[in-house]
Unconditional design. Sequence first.
Length: 131
Amino acid sequence: MNNIDALYSEHILNLANNLVTTRESEISDDKYVIVKYNNPSCGDVINLYVKSDGNIIEDIKVNIDGCVISKASTHLLIDSIKGKSLEELSHLMPYDMHNMLGVNVGEMRAPCVLTPYFALRKYLEELHVTN
């Protein structure tokens, strides 16, 4: 393993291992909207629990059954969207997810990076917020 591979592995593992997950049964506030997304490219499954005031993301929690890369990108997405407006989030693009991750995961694993992105897009589409 070269230094770049070691850095890539350490970065991804740190993000994935520090992702705080929540079970649906732990969500007691009925102000959370539950968004379920199954990534058909890789089989990862994510549940987002999103609380907003109708315009601003107040809180977001997650439960994910996925690979390390999906978990790492989910961690980054959750950290980056709290406090943002739905309008701002409607401008998020797939390349933004790859840029947030900061490492090239290769063509075969690229769909894993987008698992939380597509869950967020689903949430925005359900609210009819599109760019």
